[in-house]
Design a protein around this ligand. Structure first.
Ligand code: ADP
Ligand code: ADP
Length: 236
């Protein structure tokens, strides 16, 4: 089954003004359940714009976007927001943790925002996720007291809080040193393999891209090439 289907997605900025510019020129892409896809391409090629559209943070100018079986073309805002919260997890280059909150509190945030979850249930789930990312012992540490790599792993646990079908990651290792980047990427790969979560990861790191199932290259707002990555992860 496809977790994601894009048909003829176009995006223009500044629509109706003299500087109207089309930056995505008809993107067709499907991603099936359990796939781990790298999105690569030069700066300005439209990767972030595409990821924002897929993440329901922005709307295409035209085209069709189906997420986890739901056609998002004509959803009202409340349904859209709910779908974003439940079906999609986000990991950004910068972790955007709340620095005054502890690791476990940060992981609980999406469940708190969603409301209606019992405190004990939220906490148990957050602890389970911190265990997944190897940070159980840091549960009560404030985000500011953790290393860059640890903070990004907390952000990964937070992205999984609502058990999304799809995780979108925009340069998740871009701010990290080589060893921490390796740790965070391997973690995403392990989550994909062991939990079956589907990933679309924007990266400039070709060595990491090669370790994805598929590499999709965007150039000037078009898909320029698609090919398989090197599918076997060392030690997997
Ligand atoms: P990438 O993520 O591959 O670097 P972007 O999606 O950020 O590419 O940008 C694609 C193109 O869209 C670029 O030419 C960029 O200048 C333009 N662009 C991005 N965001 C906006 C915006 N909010 N308004 C106008 N143009 C934008
Ligand atoms: P990162 O590479 O993510 O910044 P570190 O280099 O701090 O993280 O940690 C690398 C590994 O060692 C991780 O698995 C982390 O959980 C573990 N670790 C980090 N600090 C300690 C510590 N003080 N005691 C035990 N294990 C630690």
């Amino acid at each position: 089954a496809d977790v994601l289907a894009l048909e003829a997605i176009r995006k223009s900025y500044a629509v109706g003004t003299p500087v109207e510019t089309e930056v995505l020129h008809g993107i067709d892409l499907t991603v099936c359940a359990g796939e781990f896809v790298a999105l690569i391409g030069p700066s300005g090629s439209g990767k972030s714009t595409l990821l924002n559209i897929v993440g329901l943070l922005d709307s295409p100018t035209s085209g069709r976007l189906v997420i986890d079986g739901t056609d998002t073309t004509r959803l009202d805002d409340a349904v859209r927001t709910r779908l974003r919260g439940h079906a999609i997890g986000f990991v950004f280059q910068y972790h955007y943790l709340i620095s005054a909150f502890t690791a476990v509190e940060n992981v609980m945030m999406p469940m708190l925002v969603d409301r209606g979850h019992a405190d004990r249930q939220m906490e148990r789930r957050a602890d389970d996720l911190l265990d997944w990312v190897g940070l159980s012992r840091w549960r009560d540490n404030r985000a500011t007291n953790m290393s860059g790599g640890q903070q990004q792993r907390v952000a990964v646990a937070r992205a999984l809080a609502m058990d999304p079908a799809l995780v979108l990651a925009d340069e998740p290792t871009g701010n990290l040193d080589t060893a921490s980047a390796e740790g965070v990427f391997s973690l995403l790969r392990r989550i994909n393999r062991e939990r079956g979560t589907t990933f679309v990861v924007v990266t400039h790191n070709m060595a990491l891209a090669e370790r994805c199932d598929r590499i999709v290259e965007l150039v000037d707002g078009r898909i320029n090439a698609e090919r398989a990555g090197r599918t076997h992860e060392p030690g997997a």
